[in-house]
Design a protein around this ligand. Structure first.
Ligand code: HXC
Length: 510
């Protein structure tokens, strides 16, 4: 009996070594952890249960019959994060570069199916070169099975992808269909195919960093939702994010102990808005002062900084925040900001996370660059996302809410449940100067007259009261009471329920 137990221990030992000590050392030398080290860090201590440790590939071409590594390049199973169940798979770069074979795909499929059946989140740790070249179409078929399951689970359970090494082909397309992607600076890359193939096909010489490093994907392409300095920090931040997320689309948001009551006031907010309406201020200050204990998890903090998106808690319950940022491009809505916020709003709506929107927006960004880039369609994404959302929507206009952007930013008209304005709010079709110059074009040559027209327009429209007279604003509130009133509104809206006509699905302008 002991002999059999020893044999099992030995087989496990071999499997745990993956592609061998030499490749593990190379992995460490690059500043990366191994698949199992990563899982141990991300999951609660001792909670990981591994499946399919002895699965081998079945390929016989290219001498592969003699080259088998138990586990076949992916470590799969389940564990817990702060006590809540998550399903996981981690690509092992030391085994055929983490590439996906038919059997490797079946291991991932098993985890995907279990996660969906048990309605718990799934987290993929990627460090892999895509389809296993030696397997050809068997590997491509395997990816198809992974992709199909990604889509089936979309909007039912949270799917998180963490990119921890060079990733290509299917190892970027599968993450692209999940909810959030995180990367590590200087060691992780995402591209359809790597620099060598790029050189062969297009004769373009490009480094991995230039082609698909974290800096590219968090600032230019917006493929990634965040980047961190190393594996350890990245995986600890994934744990932090998971604490904000519901486990599925019917579970409701997690409730955490909150140490900061919601009945207090914050007088510093009464002076947040500068006297000069064209002077910026940091909207993040309002967000941080609204959430419990100032704990805010920002999504896409390096992309389209003119809009802020992220998760916080109010009264211990997860809340999504969308807020125009006057510090960047005056908080204008452009294509990037619209796409970023639309995707975030849709995530929250899928998983029943209420949304708080802070508005200070001078409108949509005009000009050929934006128009040629599809501003109409991208802006429509945000309009569509808010309009279709059925979660509680609480909106606070702090300063400008001009033009179409007023409508878009969770206004009453498109479904805002509670719409507050600070007394500093200016709700109008456009800013006073632009409005006066259009209405009184013939007086443009007379600066004094135009100045008077601007002042008249300011007095008439640059306030929240005309909207409040019509009930478009439920109440003009004191800035210092914002957290208390938002918390009360969210409490009041907890059983919100909307009836919608049957449809297969909507047709958001993609
Ligand atoms: C088999 C692979 C592999 C692959 C890497 N390896 N990619 N083996 N299939 N796809 C192996 C290498 O042979 C090597 O084995 C080990 O993994 C490490 O790879 P290196 O190239 O030495 O590492 P590095 O220089 O860091 O480069 C990593 C890389 C590069 C950027 C990922 O290997 C690369 O470009 N690979 C090919 C990427 C690709 O085009 N994949 C197919 C995509 S098509 P040894 O034995 O030397 O350790 C696809 C279809 C999906 O995925 C459908 C999408 C819709």
């Amino acid at each position: 009996m002991h002999e059999i137990l020893d044999q099992l221990a030995q087989r496990r030992e071999v499997a745990r070594l993956g592609g061998g000590q030499k490749r593990i050392d190379a992995q460490h030398a690059r500043g990366k952890l191994t698949a199992r080290e990563r899982l141990a860090l991300m999951l609660d201590e001792g909670s990981f249960e591994e499946f399919d440790m002895f699965v081998d590939h079945r390929c016989t071409d290219f001498g592969m019959a003699e080259s088998k590594v138990p586990g076949d390049g992916v470590v799969t199973g389940w564990g817990t994060i702060n006590g809540r169940c998550v399903y996981v798979f981690a690509k092992d770069f030391t085994v055929f570069g983490g590439s996906l074979s038919e059997t490797h795909a079946q291991k991932i499929n098993k985890i995907q199916d279990m996660a969906l059946k048990n309605r718990a989140p799934i987290i993929g740790l990627f460090d892999a070169g895509g389809a296993r070249i030696q397997e050809g179409v068997a590997a491509l078929g395997g990816y198809g099975e992974v992709f199909k399951r990604n889509v089936r689970a979309s909007g039912v359970i949270p799917q998180i992808s963490v990119i921890l090494g060079p990733c290509a082909g299917g190892d970027v397309y599968s993450p692209a269909m999940t909810d959030f992607i995180f990367m590590v600076r200087d060691t992780s890359y995402m591209f359809v195919t790597g620099p060598d193939v790029v050189k062969t096909v297009t004769n373009e010489s490009v480094t991995a960093e230039q082609l698909g490093g974290a800096s590219i994907h968090t600032t230019k392409s917006s493929i990634a939702d965040g980047a961190f300095d190393n594996d350890v920090e990245c995986l600890l931040q994934v744990r932090r994010l998971m604490d904000f997320l519901p486990v599925n689309n019917t579970s409701g948001v997690p409730e955490m102990a909150s140490f900061q009551g919601t009945s207090g006031i914050d007088e510093s907010l009464d002076t947040l808005i500068p006297d000069n309406p064209n002077k910026p201020y940091d909207m993040k200050e309002l967000v941080v002062k609204t959430v419990d204990e100032g704990d805010f998890f920002e999504i896409q903090d390096s992309f389209a900084k003119n809009i802020i998106t992220g998760f916080g808690r109010i009264g211990g319950r997860t809340t999504g925040f969308v807020a125009n940022q006057p510090m960047v491009l005056a908080g204008v809505l452009d294509s990037d900001a619209s796409r970023k916020a639309a995707r975030f709003v849709r995530f929250c709506d899928c998983f029943n996370i209420p949304i708080v929107t802070f508005v200070d927006v001078p409108g949509f960004l005009p000009g050929t660059a934006q128009e040629y880039g599809g501003l109409i369609k991208h802006g429509a994404k945000l309009l569509f996302a808010y309009s279709e959302a059925s979660v509680p929507l609480v909106t606070v206009i702090t300063r400008k809410a001009y033009g179409g952007a007023y409508d878009v930013m969770a206004s009453k008209h498109i479904g805002g449940d509670i719409n507050y304005a600070w007394p500093t709010a200016e709700i109008a079709v456009m800013g006073p100067k632009g409005a006066a110059e259009i209405l009184y074009r013939s007086e443009l040559s007379d600066p004094d007259r135009i100045a008077k027209r601007i002042k008249d327009y300011e007095e008439r429209f640059a306030n929240p009261f005309i909207a409040a007279e019509r009930g478009y604003i439920d109440e003009v509130i004191m800035p210092h009471s914002t957290r208390r009133l938002v918390a009360r509104a969210l409490d009041m809206l907890r059983s919100k329920s909307l009836d919608r006509p049957w449809r297969k699905h909507d047709n958001i302008p993609l």
